[in-house]
Design a protein around this ligand. Structure first.
Ligand SMILES: CC(C)(COP(=O)(O)OP(=O)(O)OC[C@H]1O[C@@H](n2cnc3c(N)ncnc32)[C@H](O)[C@@H]1OP(=O)(O)O)[C@@H](O)C(=O)NCCC(=O)NCCS
Length: 165
């Protein structure tokens, strides 16, 4: 699931090698077992009610950011990060993503976070439009390394509580 959906978020200049390297280093079943076992990491899944198969997932992290661009852009604390938000193409536009984001925002409110933030590639207009619809706004810029390639991201943020979802 993660290997199938990660390339959908990548800008066209990334190579297959970059993408395969990232998937092998970050998105294997072992990585997800570690996410699930980590108390600051929370994996949400969207399930197709017709088949009970997975339609999408989100990884939400309650940790202090380490990226200097994020630290410069966001001073509010405590923070929750929507680290990953991926839906299979057959479920785009069918509210799987809305449900995942509602779960992420609900979690952030429950743990007392004052802000939810995420990074999105500047060449991913569909995801940006989705985040805007969900009440997020651009608060800065950062980079994201995929193997040897450096991608340009927007940093988006919103409070978890003024519910736009
Ligand atoms: C990002 C993602 C979770 C959003 O979920 P979704 O179900 O597709 O979201 P929605 O359909 O509700 O919203 C997408 C919006 O973008 C619009 N859109 C689609 N293609 C677009 C484009 N090329 N330019 C601008 N807007 C676009 C859609 O029309 C829709 O807006 P509307 O509801 O006003 O018509 C999903 O598309 C996805 O998993 N994408 C691949 C992985 C990815 O990019 N993840 C994000 C990583 S940061």
């Amino acid at each position: 699931m993660a290997a199938v959906t990660f390339p959908l978020a990548c800008p066209p200049e990334l190579t297959i090698t970059d993408i395969e390297h990232f998937v092998a280093g970050n998105l294997t079943a072992d990585h997800f077992r570690a996410f699930i076992a980590n108390p600051t990491h929370h994996v949400f899944k969207a399930v197709d009610p017709a088949t009970s198969s997975i339609a999408g997932y989100a990884l939400v992290i309650d940790e202090e950011p380490t990226d200097p661009d994020v630290l410069a852009a966001i001073t509010t604390r405590p923070l929750t990060m929507v680290s990953k938000m991926y839906v299979l193409p057959g479920f785009h536009g069918r509210h799987a993503s809305t449900g995942l984001m509602s779960a992420a925002l609900g979690h952030a409110a429950e743990v007392g976070s004052e802000l939810v933030w995420l990074g999105v590639n500047q060449k991913n207009p569909r995801a940006q439009r989705f985040y805007q619809k969900m009440g997020f706004e651009v608060v800065g810029h950062k980079t994201f390394r995929v193997n040897v390639s450096v991608c340009n991201d927007f940093i988006y943020a919103r409070t978890p509580r003024d519910d736009a979802t």
